[in-house]
Design a protein around this ligand. Structure first.
Ligand code: UP5
Ligand code: MG
Length: 204
């Protein structure tokens, strides 16, 4: 597809920072298609016949990053499908596709590759809070989520990968003046108010 015809916002932040929750709220207010890289990987993991099932399962449990080719292909396919089939109100506005890309790019190789071959994000919406808050949220969700990585051992590994691989990505976009940091410690509504302002500014 034509990368000039899309508006992309990357949504980053640590595990449990609230990326998915806030994206779900933002699509209620703005015409965006929400694509979570983690959700796409989990769907691929369970797709019958997928050759990446075991690889994805291992990476997710160990909190490591799936090789970028797999994730980029899933994202690109989802974006193409949306551009082809999407309707206004589902991420398609005035002939432009609008995407909230949640949980990606989380490593420098993915960031450089996606920016070069797919498209460049206009803004990086960065949700930040403490590990203490994120751990509490993930353990609470783990009681019912069924996610294989919502346990203390996996969560610690996810924090480690986040600090080692994803923080440099945020620093990279920060140098390019693209990062809008939102404190996600408060209530869902409080964080939503701050995030909405970032999106409004990005679309202005
Ligand atoms: N909650 C949310 N906001 C709250 C608030 N303000 N107050 C109180 N509670 C709040 O929220 C987490 C929990 O907290 C929920 O129960 C929520 O109700 C509550 P959520 O919105 O789900 O947070 P989110 O930041 O989306 O957390 P998530 O666990 O999804 O983050 P991760 O980044 O760890 O997970 P993701 O699905 O993106 O990735 C999983 C794995 O996939 C990675 O570890 C990696 O192995 C793999 N992956 C790749 O390999 N490559 C990629 O590009 C992407 C993923
Ligand atoms: Mg999420």
């Amino acid at each position: 597809f034509d990368s000039c015809k899309v508006t992309v916002i990357y949504v980053l932040g640590g595990p449990g920072a609230g990326k998915g929750t806030q994206c779900a709220r933002l699509v209620e207010d703005f015409d965006f298609c929400h694509l979570s890289a983690g959700d796409l990987l989990r769907a691929e993991q369970h797709r019958p016949g997928s050759q990446f099932g075991t690889l994805i399962q291992t990476c997710i449990r160990e909190g490591t990053i799936v090789p970028m080719e797999v994730t980029i292909a899933l994202l690109e396919n989802a974006m193409k499908a949306e551009m082809r089939d999407g309707r206004p109100g589902e991420g398609w506005q005035d002939g432009r596709g609008r995407f909230l890309i949640d949980g990606f790019p989380r490593k420098m190789d993915q960031a450089l590759k996606f920016d070069e071959t797919v498209c460049m994000a206009s803004v990086v919406l960065f949700f930040s809070t403490s590990e203490e808050v994120m751990l509490k949220r993930l353990l609470e969700r783990g009681k019912t989520s069924g996610r294989e990585d919502d346990n203390v051992e996996s969560i610690k590994k996810r924090f480690r990968t986040y600090n080692a691989d994803t923080m440099p990505v945020i620093a990279h976009y920060s140098l390019l003046g693209k990062v809008a940091e939102v404190d996600s410690t408060g209530s869902v509504e409080e964080v939503h108010a701050l995030a909405s302002q970032v999106v409004r500014d990005a679309l202005a």
